[in-house]
Design a binder for this molecule. Structure first.
Ligand code: CTP
Length: 395
């Protein structure tokens, strides 16, 4: 992503120190940061910390030196690809909602044409005050974005709504908004990820190896490109991604039912889940006790979800995955035909340092028309990016 500029407005509140963490996260993603602090913010943390992290001069007051700078609020307002106000106080929200521009931060917000995101943090009663809520509503109507505070124990000792949202979550939202490709804005994308489980008895099950990382990366790429994304995920330890309709399932049948529920309205469907093909013929309600004999369980076929999708396909672009330990291309091509796919992402599961649980993968993408795209070893997120580049080129 080409380097972007975020102007961070820091207001006075105990959560000021958390703004440092947000800035540090954004800097790690090569975002240029310019900080504007209000006078009361400086009472909590000195500008020096923000200067060191942002590697830019911190601006705090319109009338301070150095005067040599061009009219600062205009220059920063123009330079910003996005403005993030963290923490946002009731004061700054009230000022902007009422058109007041009386310091460096409020004038810059007024002067910018870039998207402005408020991340409020304040006492619960203050946050819930109808005047503050009314101001927020008003600003939302003018297309200002809000990252709602969470609930918890606040610095003042009260418990309730008003805690600054998680700093990782704030930086992820900013990065999503700044993403350079927005070519899926009118699309609904359905992704499956992770394994499914087949239960044997109340304490035992069989499953497939899958960390879910590939599917989550695909869902996040589609979200950042502007799509409305539904992610149907088997059990995995990944955290819930923001801005995605995440539906958790366990069994093949649960995934089958959910996928079919969303299938008709989807434009693009990517099935990266490692679905269990078999389930025990009989589920044992009680725990199976051990005996001296061997245990024999009969497994019966479960749904081939992707095959059903291929049979019911209308205008959807259908993408499958193929995990192969031999004859990669040949097996992948057979799956394209058998399951009526438009694309298949094939990976060789015998390779070390890629595939299962890894952040990287080495894949070949095959199209229905016979094209073969050999990708270099790259991160799962980069593979997701390449995949959507390819789908968009073809549309
Ligand atoms: N798939 C599915 N339902 C199944 C099995 C697989 O929807 N019961 C989907 C997977 O999500 C993947 C594709 O089909 O997109 C291929 O999965 P894979 O496990 O590689 O192949 P199988 O069809 O199960 O064939 P085999 O196990 O014989 O390789």
């Amino acid at each position: 992503m080409a380097s972007k500029t975020v102007v961070v407005g820091v207001c006075g509140g105990i959560a000021v120190y958390k703004a440092l963490d947000v800035i540090s996260r954004l800097k790690k993603k090569d975002i240029n940061i310019h900080v504007i602090m209000t006078k009361s913010a400086i009472e909590f943390v000195t500008p020096l910390s923000f200067q060191a992290l942002s590697q830019n001069m911190v601006i705090s007051d319109m009338f301070e030196e150095p005067r040599a700078w061009e009219i600062q609020h205009i220059s920063l307002a123009k330079k910003a690809d996005l403005m993030l106000i963290v923490p946002s106080t009731a004061n700054i929200i009230g000022k902007v909602a009422n058109g007041i521009a009386d310091d460096m931060l409020s004038t810059t917000i007024m002067a910018t044409k870039a998207p402005v995101v408020f991340a409020p943090a304040m006492n619960t009663n203050m946050y819930q005050n109808p005047i503050v809520q009314d101001n927020i509503k008003k600003l939302k109507n003018f297309n200002y974005e809000f990252i709602s505070p969470s609930s918890g124990r606040l610095a003042c000792g009260d418990t309730g709504e008003g805690k600054l949202a998680d700093t990782e979550y704030i930086s992820e939202i900013v990065l999503s908004m700044l993403y350079d490709k927005k070519d899926l804005c009118d699309k609904e994308v359905l992704v499956t990820a992770g394994p499914t489980v087949s239960y044997i008895d109340p304490v035992r099950y069989i499953t497939n190896r899958s960390s879910g990382k590939m599917g989550y990366a695909i869902a996040e790429e589609a979200r950042d490109r502007g799509a409305k994304v539904t992610l149907i995920s088997g059990p995995c330890s990944l955290k819930k991604p923001h801005g995605i309709n995440l539906i958790n399932v366990n069994t093949n049948e649960e995934m089958y039912n959910k996928v079919l529920e969303y299938y008709d309205k989807s434009d693009i469907v990517v099935k990266s889940a490692a679905v269990a093909d078999y389930k025990p013929q009989n589920y044992c309600e009680k725990k199976i006790k051990k005996s001296e004999d061997d245990l024999k369980i009969t497994f019966v076929r479960d749904y081939d979800i992707l095959k059903t999708l291929g049979e019911r396909k209308k205008n959807q672009i259908l993408v499958g995955f193929a995990a192969e330990s031999n004859d990669l291309i040949e097996n992948a091509r057979t799956k394209i035909n058998k399951k009526n796919l438009d694309y298949i992402v094939a990976n060789d599961i015998t390779l070390e340092d890629t595939g299962f649980a890894s952040d990287n993968n080495l894949v070949t993408i095959l199209s229905r028309d016979g094209e073969v795209y050999n990708l270099d070893k790259m991160s799962k997120r980069e593979i997701a990016r390449e995949l959507f580049n390819l789908l968009n080129k073809k549309r």
